[in-house]
Design a protein around this ligand. Structure first.
Ligand code: FAD
Length: 140
């Protein structure tokens, strides 16, 4: 039973590169062990994370993520059962959203500025699919 979960949150404070790398490092370690794949996007104090994997693994990890004091205002945007993974190659891809093509974001949002709090989970998932399939974002 595979699921895909998408949420957004705001960084609790100014996040430097070192802190972000620490989150990514521990995420990749845990996620690989638990068979969780996906993306962690960040820009201007906003996180958007997409998690794919077994239902128990994703639910359990999401519960821990919600309680993390390094971010706040966690909003669940989408939760779906899926037949197959779309982001299978990435234990946790790191995407710097400031590098995104504005025109592509505009296709899925009202203003071209990526604001997950005013977008549907469906639109954001669609944007991620397009970003990956077009090669606009690559796992770093
Ligand atoms: P530890 O890493 O030992 O952490 C124990 C507790 O301390 C946890 O409650 C943790 O939230 C907190 N903590 C750890 N470091 C700090 C710090 N520098 N400042 C304040 N509190 C701290 N983890 C994953 O495994 N997979 C993910 O995909 C993932 N995505 C994340 C996305 C975001 C935006 C954030 C903020 C965190 C994410 N994490 C992720 C980390 C996750 O929230 C937990 O820290 C982790 O799951 C707990 O790992 P652990 O049991 O080894 O505990």
């Amino acid at each position: 039973m595979l699921v895909r979960l998408l949420y957004a949150s705001r960084a609790a404070g100014a996040l430097d590169e070192h802190e972000l790398q620490a989150i990514l490092k521990s995420s990749r370690e845990h996620n690989q062990q638990e068979g969780i794949t996906g993306l962690l996007c960040h820009n201007e104090g906003i996180f958007i994370q997409l998690l794919e994997g077994g239902r128990n693994a994703v639910n359990g990890r999401y519960k821990q993520i919600i309680d993390d004091p390094r971010h706040r205002d966690v909003i669940l945007l989408a939760y779906d059962e899926i037949g197959e993974r779309e982001f299978a190659g990435w234990s946790m891809g790191n995407v710097q959203l400031s590098r995104l093509n504005r025109a592509m974001v505009l296709k899925y949002s009202e203003t071209g500025k990526l604001d997950p709090y005013s977008m549907s989970g469906k639109a954001l998932t669609g944007l991620f699919h397009e970003l990956v399939s077009s090669g606009a974002i690559v796992c770093s």
